[in-house]
Design a binder for this molecule. Structure first.
Ligand SMILES: [Zn+2]
Length: 118
């Protein structure tokens, strides 16, 4: 497994996580929230994710069934990760916040049908 680091734009929210397959099973979601965020995500088991900064700048947004917890930086506003509704034991990370990641053009990006649960 490799360790990856990531952050929001202003670096008040820092995180790291481990995965052996950074570009596998990456996805977009078509729900009303993810559509507006326009990001690509990668899911990992909750215990592979570590918040490296204090939670002072961590904002939380919940909506609809209030199971998913969406985290973002309250200073710069960038969404970093969330606890998944379909499996709260999983965290999805905003891949665009991960350091040194290049997503090749031919990478398969799945679409999760979150819209059916809006
Ligand atoms: Zn920030």
């Amino acid at each position: 497994m490799e360790t990856y680091k990531g952050s929001c734009h202003c670096k008040k929210v820092l995180f790291s996580f481990k995965t052996s397959s950074i570009l596998e099973d990456i996805y977009k979601c078509n729900c009303s929230l993810c559509t507006k965020k326009g990001i690509i995500m990668k899911s990992i088991p909750k215990d592979q994710f570590v918040l490296k900064s204090s939670s002072n700048f961590l904002g939380k947004y919940v909506w609809n069934k209030k199971i998913a917890k969406h985290y973002f930086c309250i200073k710069c506003g960038v969404y970093t990760h969330h606890i998944r509704r379909r499996d709260p034991e999983q965290i999805s990370v905003n891949l665009m916040c991960v350091d040194d990641i290049l997503i090749p053009k031919d990478t398969v990006i799945n679409t999760v049908d979150g819209a059916s649960h809006d």
